[in-house]
Design a binder for this molecule. Structure first.
Ligand SMILES: Nc1nc2c(ncn2[C@@H]2O[C@H](COP(=O)(O)OP(=O)(O)OP(=O)(O)O)[C@@H](O)[C@H]2O)c(=O)[nH]1
Length: 439
């Protein structure tokens, strides 16, 4: 899917941060297992040594890691080195030139494990990329390098798996909090994900998929495009703090609505800054949509009223009203927003039909307080999250969905006119966690 690829490419910062963090967590205390042992574990034939699986845990099958071939139920519970692996490419042996595996992914070979804790020198093996900032007490990178190094040396197919226990859950919580998911949401996501899986061995690929599934579950109810009504004009008020991307979003939306055959009018409600009006005019030109303006410093509520009158007279389908960026702690500016709403309701008591709050993903947790404040002032009906490209804070979207349940109509992933798309929870979750990336 083209957009998925685009989103994955553009969400690289969040994704790589989570990717690397998850790999480090699994590697820290994880053990390399031969692929056939993994198969056996997935088929429910092996019991994790030293860890008592809680009652009920074994009743839930562990989803197969994407890179692992189908289970072979007839295998004995102990890995048999002599079991052939016809579908594996012959491993170069030794393979010093093989670059270090970036993930637990197409993992490397090792039938005669386990004896993982015996560190072996690997003078000829290139160093593994060090995962980011290990948390206090973690020594993920060195351990992982040892394993992978030995695996590379042997050229045999293995996957690193770690028992899902309290320590691992705690590390996952910290990682999700660091990705701006917020404490409450991070705790809920990890708890739900771990439920029924305690005591099981999981690979990075599986953890990513479990997380993506849980995030998708939270996000699905809020993924709704902006509703269109038969009312003419449907008034769309666009609000948000300075620089959140309101003007850009209006330009992108206007372009899409126009392409869908809608007659659109834009009102440049930021009458305080001449530059803002000019910027909107540029977007109007790009989108092929007229932009109504008012002299600098004039009352934005008055412009909104005039724009309503014109849009009604012209039979426009949509009137999109830009507003000045306002900080949520500026009571005077927030009051001015209320005035715009009061005035346009003189023309249509149901207006605005949509109040879009545009949030900049890079502001992280501050987005939560912005929603709270704007909800009080402007009865927000939906969200647009911009600048998801290139931020490590994409997790805030999960927190927003979890806490407010407001519809997310669209996400911005760039500055170009077509860099706005419908919000797809599955694609977002997989892009955020790196699931399905082969790791
Ligand atoms: N990378 C990226 N940049 C964006 C996105 N959306 C908007 N921008 C950029 O963010 C900056 C601010 O966008 P504007 O649309 O001017 O924001 P605004 O909310 O209208 O700003 P004010 O009028 O100051 O309140 C511009 O440089 C945009 O190009 C996005 O999805 N991704």
């Amino acid at each position: 899917m083209a957009f998925f690829r685009k989103l994955k490419d553009k969400l690289f910062k969040s994704s790589s941060k989570l990717d690397e963090g998850l790999e480090a967590i699994v590697a820290d205390g994880g053990e390399a297992e031969a692929v056939e042992e993994v198969e056996a574990v997935e088929a429910g034939m092996l019991v994790t040594a030293g860890v008592g699986a809680p009652e009920g845990a074994s009743s839930e099958p562990v989803p197969a890691a994407p890179e692992v071939p189908a289970p072979e139920p007839e295998l004995p519970p102990v890995p048999e080195p002599e079991v052939p692996e016809p579908d594996l490419p012959p491993a170069p042996e030794p393979a010093p030139e093989v670059p270090p595996a970036p993930g637990p992914g197409p993992e490397i070979p090792e039938p005669d494990l386990p004896e993982p804790e015996v560190p072996q020198p690997e003078p000829d093996v290139p160093p593994i990329p060090v995962p980011p900032a290990p948390r206090a007490g973690e020594e993920a990178a060195p351990k992982r390098a040892g394993f992978i190094g030995r695996m590379l040396g042997r050229g045999e197919a293995t996957v690193v798996r770690r028992v899902l226990d309290d320590d691992m859950v705690e590390s996952l919580e910290e990682l999700l909090i660091a990705s701006d998911m917020g404490v409450d949401t991070a705790l809920r996501v990890t708890a739900n994900m771990a439920e029924g899986r305690y005591g099981r061995k999981v690979s990075t690929a599986e953890i990513k998929q479990f997380l993506a599934d849980e995030i998708t579950r939270i996000m699905e109810p809020v993924a709704r495009p902006m509703p269109l009504y038969p009312t003419r004009p449907q008034v769309v008020l666009v609000v948000g703090v300075n620089g959140s991307g309101k003007t850009t979003t209006i330009g992108k939306l206007a372009s899409q609505f126009r392409a869908a055959g809608k007659k659109v009018v834009i009102a440049a409600g930021d009458t305080f800054r001449a530059a803002a009006v000019e910027q909107l005019q540029v977007w109007g030109e790009r989108a092929g949509v007229p932009v109504m303006t008012a002299p600098e410093g004039s009352d934005p509520a008055s412009l909104a009223f005039d724009a309503m009158t014109k849009a009604q007279a012209d039979g426009a389908d949509l009137l999109m009203i830009d507003t000045a960026g306002r900080l949520q702690n500026r009571a005077d500016l927030m009051e001015e927003l209320s005035k715009i709403v009061r005035v346009i309701r003189k023309k249509d008591p149901d207006a605005p039909h949509n109040t879009l709050l545009v949030l900049d993903a890079t502001t992280g947790q501050n987005a939560l307080s912005q929603v709270e404040t704007f909800q009080k002032m402007a009865d927000v009906s939906g969200l647009v999250m911009t600048k998801l490209d290139g931020t490590a804070k994409g997790g805030v979207l999960v927190a927003l969905a979890d806490r407010f349940g407001l519809p997310i109509h669209a996400i911005g992933v760039g500055e170009q006119i077509d860099d706005l798309d419908a919000f797809d929870p599955r694609e977002f979750a997989e892009a955020l966690t790196g699931a399905g990336s082969g790791a």
